[in-house]
Design a protein. Structure first.
Length: 584
């Protein structure tokens, strides 16, 4: 390090230490490299926002401004201000690989029966690259990296039950990395859950493999937590007719934290969404405080935002929402549907090869006011999810909301030709196959087989692989045909084997270009809106949807027939739906 830089950093260190930045050493005092620390900070900002615990906009803006200035002292000060207030523990790994732990500057505040996320600062003088674990005797069982097993004592005493009030877990999912980088300074995220309320002490320690604890109990620090009591807040949710309904609900506190905490949600609450879905008489658990509730139900309804105060003793009366429509297509025979939903794989679950149950998916379909939701079994969850296929409406379906399990040919030998959506199947097993690998390696025989049993068939996420640079429609550039979209469509449509190509979830120029060319040749495959939830998007089901006109009562067969032979309308939100209404 040159003399000038040492002088600057020493001066900055003295200045930064004098600032009210919380406990622990300042970043300037650590002599860190700027570029990797900035890259870490950006990942932390993204991860904490994802976990529903975002940094303040002003703090992020200050860091962005400092980074744009290129001034290392300004960047270090902005980083220190941003990160120190969230740092629960300061961990040092000395040159011999021994760990000691000190208290950080974050306020030790938890929520009863809820999760909170904190940062831990790691000064890695040994350059180790193992997996860091934060542990506590109050959070048994403790994970032991040497064995990979959870170690619990052979018997549990009453005193143990009282003392084990805490659960904690490192957040190592993307955009974070599972192991330490070996840099001299980095930050990790730890999530803590409290079973109790009131004041609770926990000893927090850390380890990177066995034998890393420092001597003299310096690898643990005692932290006194204030655990805010939480209460079940009852909701009354009714549709425009005053009937009980399920709706989307986003709950945020005054600093933007999302509830229930996203870090450890269990289905039907999905950790990758801000919203949860609640019905009339159901609850959401919140500590005392002030919140913003945003309630909605898909693009046909107006969303309502309301401030809710939860007193210390809990609310005396339910929070009521009366949903309001701005349009009711179903009253005119136009029924919305999303033909591309998944209950396993992609963003979904800790066990993506298993996924979630029909009850969980139905809640989301109802909460977004879809008339038809097609849940497609596919490669990652095929062997587990196929148990829910029964060639008819799922028993959870209602007269106004239908859910059915069908098939996407994705992760199969033919996937390079484009993924297929097969709706209204009577049999989901291709003849003479016992496993996915036995299926045909191109699409036409699969499409022909599906249509022979009365199914309707088309291509999923059509634009992937059909990218062109031109902005004209149609244009004559040759697409690469190298993705997972409608690659084989241009051949299969000539065999009268394709009923639709999918739209709304890939760039519309790529979707429409090939479709326009086949329309100009006299082929009349339809266009159908889809979401590909939660793969292309995990925000919500029904993000892309089709409105199909059905004469008479709604049935899955009638909706599929209307999609194939009618003139469906497509939308990916209220504005698009309004444009569709004006065109009619």
């Amino acid at each position: 390090m040159n003399i000038e830089r040492r002088i600057v950093l020493r001066t900055l260190a003295q200045f930064a230490i004098a600032l009210p930045l919380g406990r622990g050493r300042s970043l300037a005092a650590d002599g860190v490299e700027i570029q990797p620390l900035l890259a870490q900070a950006r990942r932390l900002i993204e991860a904490m926002r994802y976990l529903g615990e975002p940094f303040a906009d002003a703090e992020v803006a200050a860091l962005t401004s400092a980074a744009d200035s290129g001034s290392e002292p300004a960047i270090l000060v902005a980083l220190d201000r941003l990160l120190s207030g969230r740092t629960l523990a300061d961990i040092r790994i000395n040159p011999e690989g021994r760990i000691s732990v000190a208290r950080g500057g974050a306020e030790a505040r938890l929520v009863e029966q809820g999760w909170r996320a904190f940062l831990v600062k790691v000064r890695n003088e040994a350059g180790v690259t193992g997996r860091l674990l934060v542990e506590s005797p109050q959070a048994r069982p403790v994970y032991r990296p040497a064995t990979g097993n959870a170690m619990a004592p052979p018997s549990v005493r009453p005193a143990d039950i009282v003392d084990r009030w805490l659960a904690l877990e490192m957040y190592d999912e993307k955009p974070m990395e599972p192991q330490l980088s070996g840099l001299e300074l980095e930050y990790r995220i730890v999530a803590l859950y409290s079973r109790d309320r009131g004041r609770r002490e926990a000893q927090l320690g850390a380890m990177v493999g066995t034998g890393s604890e420092d001597i003299g109990f310096r690898n643990r620090v005692a932290v006194m937590f204030q655990v805010d009591p939480s209460h079940d807040v009852t909701l009354r949710v009714q549709d425009e007719h005053g009937r009980p309904a399920i709706a989307s609900l986003i709950v945020e506190d005054h600093v933007g934290r999302v509830y229930p905490a996203r870090a450890k949600r269990l289905a039907p609450d999905f950790f990758f969404q801000k919203q949860v879905y609640r019905g009339d008489g159901e609850t959401v658990r919140l500590p005392a405080g002030q919140y913003t509730f945003t309630c909605g139900r898909g693009p046909e309804y107006l969303s309502e935002k309301r401030r809710v105060d939860v007193p210390v003793g809990g609310p005396a009366s339910p929070v009521e929402f009366r949903l309001t429509r701005w349009i009711d297509p179903a009253s005119r025979g136009w029924y919305s549907g999303d033909h591309h939903l998944h209950a396993a794989g992609c963003s979904h679950y800790e066990s993506p090869t298993e996924g979630v149950r029909p009850e969980d998916m139905m809640r989301h379909v109802l909460g977004e006011a879809l008339s038809v939701g097609a849940v497609l079994n596919w490669g990652p969850g095929y062997y587990h999810q196929r148990q829910y296929f029964n060639a008819k409406d799922n028993p959870l379906s209602t007269a106004s909301t239908l859910m059915r399990y069908d098939l996407e040919v994705s992760g199969f030998p033919s996937s390079h030709c484009g993924h297929l959506v097969l709706l209204r199947l009577r049999d989901q097993d291709y003849p003479d196959t016992r496993q996915i690998e036995d299926w045909p390696s191109w699409d036409l025989p699969i499409l022909t087989w599906a249509k022979s049993q009365g199914a309707i068939a088309g291509f999923a996420h059509s634009g992937w692989g059909l990218e062109v640079k031109s902005r004209e429609l149609p244009n004559y550039e040759m697409p690469p045909f190298d993705g997972i979209g409608a690659n084989e469509y241009i051949v299969d449509v000539t065999h009268d084997a394709v009923d639709f190509i999918s739209a709304m979830d890939t760039p519309y120029l790529h979707e429409l270009n090939i479709w326009y060319h086949t329309l100009n040749c006299g082929f009349r495959a339809r266009l159908s809106g889809e979401t590909d939830f939660p793969c292309i998007t995990d925000e919500r089901v029904g993000g892309g949807r089709s409105y199909v006109h059905v004469s008479g009562p709604l049935t899955y067969d009638a909706w599929c027939d209307g999609l194939r032979s009618g003139r469906p309308r497509h939308t990916n939100g209220p504005c698009a739906a309004r444009r569709t209404r004006r065109r009619r």
